[in-house]
Every structure is written in structure tokens, then in C-alpha cells.
Design a binder for this molecule. Structure first.
Ligand SMILES: C[S@@+](CC[C@H](N)C(=O)[O-])C[C@H]1O[C@@H](n2cnc3c(N)ncnc32)[C@H](O)[C@@H]1O
Length: 355
């Protein structure tokens, strides 16, 4: 079906630029289809004021206002921004986050202060555009406290206590708002799994709901992982996840403190993984204690400044090895991900032996 309406016509060379301006200012009419013919493009728009038109023409001089018959679109909007074109003013659309974390069928939205009162309309739009999404939550604070849990509030869809997230052939139950979980370390889990040799014993420190050790169990020939975690709710999720992923006997969940348990597992492990980027330095000596005197590998994560990112972790590793009377060799230094404008997350793999 067609409908007569306003539009902006211009040469296809400037189409992308013009589309960006129309989207940014919430002027595009997402209910009608774009027209294309003979090197020209016509975007369906809302009724434009003279000021809006002259603003567009400043960047796209060939643009002119027209009235045309457009095909009506009955397909769903493709992006969150498109779905909200008619529901939020331009200044709010401009600060809409361009990405969000999906934990399987649950989405955790992080909204800037300027959109705090808009959570429901945004969550409803997300449910409309994303078929796999069944529940939407908003982040109500940063990862905090000893357990690094992320406080969340339910906004729309199915209200539930757990999210189910799938990765590298494993599925994880995650108690929403009560435990730490980040899908952003998925590449690291696979990278380390691919290095684990047959028969290795791994210390999966700060194990959370078990993503590192369970991915190892499914994707390597390790003998077992001792998975140590302080948060009882995370340990409950981990025990559930071990059963669901058929990793019983391969992943041993242990509720407790990495420092306190280091004497129990002293020298028993071939590898230690330390995904505690904030504060991990306080556990470095203990992590080394888990490693067999014949030699083993530690994967050490840290948040660091962008400038000279490896300087501090290198110094921390050298100091801890010296204190423990161990030799070491750095095997790899890698930037893992962006964290904030000034901070990045890195990993340093080092081999340690002796004593
Ligand atoms: C950044 S999270 C990583 C969780 C998990 N490895 C993941 O990647 O999803 C750090 C975890 O360490 C746990 N934790 C903090 N201090 C601890 C300690 N002293 N001993 C054992 N676990 C600790 C927290 O409860 C949290 O689950």
C-alpha cells in the first residue's frame, strides 16, 4: 500500500550522510520505505520546518523537500533507535546507548542519567525489535562490593530471577543482580582452553558462576579445575551449571577465599586463572602458591591506564615472584577490552617455577 507524504530528495552520493542527519534528529518516518531511482534517493520524513530543511542543506547542499507516494512498511524496525524514532525526542535519541549486554534471553540496559525516566519505553522497544529478548532489566549501579555483583532492576517482559547465557557449547545460569557475570571475557575463556594440555590441574580462581572452568571442561582435556569462589549464590549457580553441562568430577566448586585456600592446594596446580582485574594484585602471591614447583602458568588480569599498560602488572608479577622465591618468564601480554575512556583491561600470562 502507498501513501503520499513528505520527503527529502538528493543524489545517492550524499544519501548516507543525509540518512545520518535525519536519524540523529528524529526526522525520518520509519513507517514508509525509501525511494530509489536514476541515481536519486528520497527519504520519507516528518513535516520539516524551514529551519530543519536549511540545516540539512548545509551538510547536503543538493537536498530538496518533495512530496511523493511511498510504500508503507509493515516490517519491524531494525534498530532500537529506529523503533524509538517517534517515541523519544531527538535530544534523548542522541544519547541512546548504541549497544547493550545480552545474557541469553535477558538484556541488561545501562542508561545515561538523561534517559533515567525512559527505561520502560526503551525496554518495550527492545522487546519489539529483538526476538530472542524476553526480559529487560536496567543496571542500577556499578559492579560493586567483594562479590562484584551488578545491581539490576526489572523493567519489562518476563520477570525472572535467572538469565541463561550460552557460550562455547556451555550454558550458564546467572542469578540476576546477585552475582558477577560478563560475556566480554568469552574470547579469553576459549583462548586459555586451547592452551590447556591433557591431564592439567587448573586453579580457576574467582570462579563466579563457573564460566572459565566449565568452558575448560568442555573444550580441553584437563584432569580437573578447582573452582574457588567467595559468593555463596555464585557457588550455587556454579554447582547447577556444572551439573547442567555434565562437568561433574571435572570442575570442583569450592566456597571460600583464594588467599585462605592457597595452603590447602599449595603446589597442586599446573595453571591458575585470575579474573579479578580490580584488586587481583592482592592475590598474586597466593595464585603463585597454587602452582606446582616444577612449573606452571598464571593468567593475570588487571585494569590499567592506556599509557604503558603493562608496566604495573610486570612490576607486580616480578615483586610477587621474588617474594615467593620463584623464577618467572612473561609469555604473553594482551589487551583484552576497553573498559572506560582512560582504562583498559589487560592479561599477562607468565610461567612460574622453582622452590
Ligand atoms: C570479576 S568476577 C569474575 C567471575 C567469573 N570468573 C567470570 O568471569 O564471570 C570476580 C569474582 O571473584 C569473587 N571473589 C572476590 N574476592 C574473592 C576471594 N577473596 N576469594 C574468592 N573469590 C573472590 C567475586 O565474588 C566474583 O564472583
Amino acid at each position: 500500500m502507498q501513501k503520499l507524504g513528505d520527503g527529502i530528495e538528493l543524489g545517492s552520493g550524499q544519501a548516507q550522510l543525509c540518512h545520518g542527519i535525519l536519524m540523529k534528529n528524529a526526522l525520518l518516518d520509519a513507517g514508509r520505505s525509501v525511494l530509489r531511482a536514476k541515481g536519486k534517493v528520497v527519504f520519507p520524513t516528518k513535516k520539516l520546518t524551514a529551519k530543519q530543511l536549511s540545516g540539512i542543506r548545509k551538510t547536503c547542499p543538493g537536498a530538496r523537500a518533495v512530496r511523493r507516494k511511498f510504500e508503507l512498511r509493515n516490517e519491524k524496525p531494525h534498530s532500537l533507535r529506529e523503533a524509538l524514532q517517534d517515541k523519544l525526542p531527538a535530544k534523548e535519541l542522541a544519547i541512546l546507548p548504541s549497544s547493550y549486554d545480552s545474557l541469553g534471553d535477558a538484556v541488561i540496559l545501562e542508561l545515561p542519567d538523561g534517559l533515567a525516566g525512559r527505561a520502560k519505553v526503551i525496554a518495550d522497544a527492545l522487546l519489539e525489535i529483538s526476538k530472542p529478548t524476553k526480559s529487560v532489566f536496567i543496571k542500577t549501579g556499578a559492579h560493586s562490593g567483594l562479590f562484584r555483583a551488578e545491581p539490576v532492576e526489572f523493567v519489562a517482559g518476563e520477570k525472572k530471577k535467572f538469565a541463561t547465557y550460552k557460550e562455547h557449547g556451555c550454558a550458564f545460569r546467572i542469578s540476576l543482580g546477585k552475582v558477577f557475570f560478563s560475556p566480554r571475557l568469552s574470547t579469553e575463556r576459549k583462548r586459555i582452553a586451547s592452551q590447556i594440555k591433557e591431564g592439567e590441574v587448573v586453579a580457576a580462581l574467582f570462579a563466579g558462576v563457573g564460566p572459565f572452568p566449565i568452558v575448560f571442561a568442555k573444550n580441553s582435556k584437563m584432569a580437573k579445575a578447582i573452582a574457588i569462589e567467595l559468593n555463596p549464590v555464585a557457588v550455587e549457580d556454579m554447582a547447577f551449571n556444572i551439573r547442567e553441562n555434565k562437568a561433574e568430577g571435572k570442575v570442583i566448586p569450592v566456597l571460600g577465599d583464594v588467599n585462605e585456600l592457597s595452603s590447602r592446594y599449595e603446589g597442586l596446580c599446573d595453571r591458575a586463572v585470575m579474573p579479578l582485574p580490580k584488586g587481583g594484585e592482592d592475590f598474586l602471591e597466593s595464585a603463585i602458591r597454587y602452582i606446582n614447583p616444577k612449573g606452571g602458568i598464571v593468567h593475570y588480569y588487571q585494569f590499567v591506564a592506556r599509557e604503558n599498560p603493562f608496566e604495573i602488572p610486570r612490576r607486580q608479577i616480578a615483586a610477587a615472584c621474588m617474594k615467593m622465591g620463584r623464577d618467572f618468564k612473561v609469555l604473553l601480554e594482551r589487551k583484552v577490552r576497553e573498559y572506560s575512556p582512560d582504562i583498559i583491561q589487560v592479561v599477562v600470562d607468565f610461567e612460574v617455577w622453582g622452590k
